[in-house]
Design a protein around this ligand. Structure first.
Ligand code: NOJ
Length: 680
């Protein structure tokens, strides 16, 4: 007993000494003064940062540092050399996006440090603090003390002060990013991908992520203890996770901070932390919708492989081109057009040829037919994760497509985690690795850069996560990077009823997603029934943003449900402004967006399995103007659990103005989509 007391006393005393030994090096506040980031040095010269919000702790003192395999760690023994604070406030324009104008308003703190014990080795820490969050990154100058850095891991921690609920998907598992979203207490998170969304007990909404992931390994995050999380770099197959020569900086480690789920979504933190557009005039990057030879293969009605069931035939593609032309869609995606789909391409891709088509697909004839009808083919490059093989053909493949009037390519990297194939450095043979590794990240960026030279935009499936690079390379128009609609065709299980309303406040924080909404037939293969009403499929076009959006269902299904199809034809994919009217993570989302090319507004509302009787104040509309509201809502009997009632869709219209309020009655698993057009 006595010993225990003595021990408690001694540790308290020691903690006191340690606390006193902590030295505050620098402090930086957000423009509105509410967020305060403090950099500290512990007794051993270790670095830590702390974040307070409105005077309350938000992130407890959390460690900073890098572990190296070829030199002493960048941790401990630091001394302050200098610091500088600057202010920044400007507004930039997105060539396409959820909103045209983005305000970039922050206060920056640059801290220069040295490690005298390591020959005066230098390291910088840059913090940018915004009203809606902050980013921090490590910056290493070129120096003889560290000509090469092999970074095995990061010591960066995020110790969230208040108890919180977390929404997350596992990292380092077979399906990479394609898991349903978990909801658990933050203390029960395992190894997670980012964005990691959190809501604290007092209602603060947080999202931990990264920005500007270039030439570096992706950051996973793992629970260390309590609510303390630590960065973990995606592994390399050749030693340390990251190899750097000369000067370098890391991606930004970011935390969005907001009072509501809606404000969390509206934040542009990561975009602001990316470099401005490097491509100059990108008027050749055109948003739009596309149909395609796609869902039929996921339903197993036809095949990617050659033979009698081959989907990508000349005739079938022309049928889709006619359908696109007749209904005003910009593009037609054709998958399975090229050689290499026979046999088991998943995770090998060893036979893919990006220049040669299947015998029953006449690429030149199809391309000419499309062009004559004013429709763009959407190119397709599935790699099966064989990056090495793709890189060898990539440039020629882009040139081929560019010559055929193709300006968007959907690429794919279907393989289990850690089994992508990369070329060996000496040019001989290949090795396996992670798409989220430094070499994987390099490949994705290289593909986008090369495609830009041919004026081609890229929509990456099975990508590395989005970290806002669309700002720098605006031809990186979309990605999958989460569990998409295709799981509803063949998944076991299919997507749960709260999936999309989870995605809005998790995956969608990182950027556009090619989810492929709009399965109006509401059935997958076999007896799979989508956990959705028809109205919800329409609302997803507004709620889940992508500048290139697929209209994926079979032609005969759109012909069978013309009411639903009308909204899909009307809805644009590029927005002037976006406002989240209502949001609760995993529960409900109502988003209003104004079209970039007209005065129309669109609203999408979706719910999880719960019915909701909500209201929609129309204050976002221009005052004094009358609008025709075309409403696509769940009927009174609509319910995702009932085979027939899922199709209970009511299409009606009303004349409204900004002072009105519309009812939003959402069925279980339901939604509502509305188009507002000014009346003459
Ligand atoms: C997975 C993609 O997500 C899907 O859209 C595509 O059809 C298949 N890979 C084949 O490339």
């Amino acid at each position: 007993m006595l010993n225990r007391r003595l021990f408690a006393f001694l540790s308290a005393a020691l903690m006191c000494v340690a606390a006193h030994a902590d030295e505050t090096l620098a402090t930086v506040t957000s423009p509105n003064q509410q967020l305060v980031v403090t950099l500290q040095l512990t007794g051993e010269g270790r670095l830590a940062y702390r974040v307070d919000r409105k005077g309350q702790p938000l992130v407890n003192a959390s460690r900073l540092g890098l572990l190296l395999t070829n030199a002493h760690q960048l941790d401990g023994g630091f001394k302050l050399v200098g610091q500088q604070t600057t202010d920044h406030d400007d507004t930039w324009e997105q060539p396409w996006g959820e909103s045209r104008r983005v305000r970039n308003h922050y206060r920056e703190l640059m801290v220069e440090l040295s490690q005298p014990g390591q020959g005066g080795r230098a390291m910088g820490l840059r913090f940018r603090v915004f009203d809606d969050g902050f980013g921090l990154r490590y910056e290493l100058p070129a120096q003889p003390q560290l000509p090469i850095a092999r970074i095995s891991d990061e010591l960066t921690e995020f110790d969230i002060a208040e108890p919180a609920t977390a929404w997350w998907i596992p990292a380092g598992e077979a399906l990479v990013l394609e898991y349903p979203v978990n909801r658990t207490p933050l203390a029960e998170v395992g190894l997670t991908n980012t964005p990691l969304t959190m809501r604290t007990k007092s209602g603060v909404h947080l999202a931990l992520h990264e920005a500007a992931l270039v030439d570096y390994a992706a950051m996973w995050v793992r629970k260390v203890s309590g609510q303390k999380l630590r960065a973990q770099l995606a592994p390399s197959s050749s030693g340390a996770a990251v190899f750097k020569q000369g000067a370098f900086f890391t991606p930004w480690r970011t935390l969005r901070v907001a009072d509501s789920a809606g404000a969390l979504y509206e934040s542009n933190l990561e975009l602001n932390l990316n470099e401005p557009n490097r491509l100059g005039d990108v008027s050749w990057v055109q948003p739009g919708k596309f149909v395609g030879v796609w869902w039929e293969m996921h339903l197993d009605k036809s095949s990617w492989a050659s033979g009698a069931r081959h989907g990508a035939t000349t005739a079938n593609t022309k049928r889709h081109i006619d359908f696109a032309a007749a209904n005003g869609f910009r593009g037609v995606l054709v998958e399975g057009w090229n050689l290499g789909w026979d046999g088991n391409w998943v995770g090998s891709g060893s036979a893919f040829d990006y220049l040669k088509s299947m015998p029953d697909f006449d690429l030149d004839a199809v391309a000419a037919y499309a062009k004559a009808k004013g429709v763009r083919l959407v190119g397709h490059h599935e790699t099966g994760g064989n990056v090495a093989r793709y890189e060898a053909q990539m440039n020629a493949a882009y040139a081929l497509y560019a010559g055929l009037w193709v300006d968007v390519i959907k690429s794919g990297y279907v393989t289990d985690i850690g089994t992508a194939q990369f070329s060996n450095a000496n040019g001989n043979g290949t090795h396996f690795g992670f798409t989220e590794s430094q070499e994987g990240v390099r490949h994705f960026v290289r593909a986008v850069q090369e495609a830009a030279k041919h004026h081609i935009a890229i929509d990456t499936h099975e990508p590395v996560k989005d970290t806002g690079l669309r700002r720098t390379w605006p031809n990186w128009v979309s990605r999958e990077g989460a569990r998409g609609q295709e799981f509803n065709a063949w998944g076991d299980p299919i997507n749960p009823v709260d999936h999309e309303v989870n995605l809005v406040f998790t995956r969608m924080l990182s950027g556009p997603m090619d989810y492929t909404p709009g399965i109006v037939s509401l059935n997958g293969a076999g007896d799979r029934k989508l956990n959705s009403t028809q109205a919800k499929q329409l609302a997803l076009y507004v709620v889940l943003y992508s500048p290139v959006a697929m209209v994926p269902d079979l032609i005969e299904h759109y012909e069978r449900w013309p009411q639903a199809f009308q909204f899909i034809k009307d809805v644009p994919t590029d927005w002037e402004t976006t406002k989240v009217i209502r949001g609760e993570v995993g529960e409900v989302a109502t988003i209003a967006r104004k079209d970039r090319r007209s005065e129309d507004w669109y609203v999408g509302a979706i719910t999880n399995g719960e019915a909701r009787r909500l209201t929609l104040p129309l204050a976002f509309l221009t005052p004094g103007r009358r609008y025709r509201a075309e409403i696509y809502r769940d009927g009174d009997h609509a319910d995702y659990r009932d085979a027939m009632a899922r199709f209970d869709l009511v299409a009606e219209h009303k004349i409204v103005q900004s002072t009105d309020t519309l009812p939003l009655n959402l069925a279980p698993g339901g939604g509502q989509a509305i188009r507002f057009t000014p009346t003459p």
